[in-house]
Design a protein around this ligand. Sequence first.
Ligand SMILES: Nc1ncnc2c1ncn2[C@@H]1O[C@H](COP(=O)(O)OP(=O)(O)O)[C@@H](O)[C@H]1O
Ligand SMILES: [Mg+2]
Length: 261
Amino acid sequence: MAGSTLEIKNLHVSIEGKEILKGVNLTIKGGEFHAVMGPNGTGKSTLASAIMGHPKYEVTEGSILLNGEDVLEMEVDERARAGLFLAMQYPSEISGVTTSDFLRSAINARREEGDEIPLMKFIKGLDADLDFLEIDKSMATRYLNEGFSGGEKKRNEILQLMQIQPDIAILDEIDSGLDIDALKVVSKGINKMRGENFGCLIITHYQRLLNYITPDHVHVMMQGRVVKSGGPELAHRLEAEGYDWIKEELGIEDETVEQNA
Ligand SMILES: Nc1ncnc2c1ncn2[C@@H]1O[C@H](COP(=O)(O)OP(=O)(O)O)[C@@H](O)[C@H]1O
Ligand SMILES: [Mg+2]
């Protein structure tokens, strides 16, 4: 099948009754890399969580379609099986499940019953990706994210991405807390995914990551909406000038933003 399409239309999302997303429109197609940038607390992670179906995030209006199918009607595991992948800003620890076991079940969840990945093939593929991402082999037998450093967690997210081979990935602050070497490795993994069957939404606070991954489209999110879209040059301007010029250009008033995000 040629590349998938994720369409987000007029998405409104509330957390505990408070509206955070106020009409987000965004379309990501196979082959495309999109970056979403924006100040803290503007709803970037809320967008990612709503797409993946976090129960705390209530969609009050709008739609999310994957290849025309209603994602909002799908359970969380169905979303993953349908080809969506989320690398969370704060990956959770799963005690008792090794990285290797987790990956094998995630891969098999996307395959038909009776067509599970042969064990040797899985191990070979896993070894190759561990090498590629310069991850110590011992990570495979460690419990997922338990006791991982910040950098190890982020590398592990990219390992999952490469192993699971989703159609559409949302990477939330995959660059946060990474030193320059880890940033290069993580970028290398994401760039390796490039292809017409893979679309990617990269959420980042900083332009830094985009020195290594060139997005086709850059979107600025402010106060719960995508307020401006452009090419890679938009990210460079944000790096140099911050966000104030956008507020002025669009006549956006400052609002008291809770900075606990
Ligand atoms: N689980 C949550 N419970 C309560 N409020 C939340 C939760 N997640 C996010 N928020 C609030 O929603 C707003 C947007 O947060 P977030 O989507 O994390 O922003 P960003 O990722 O752009 O920094 C913030 O005001 C934040 O405090
Ligand atoms: Mg966030």
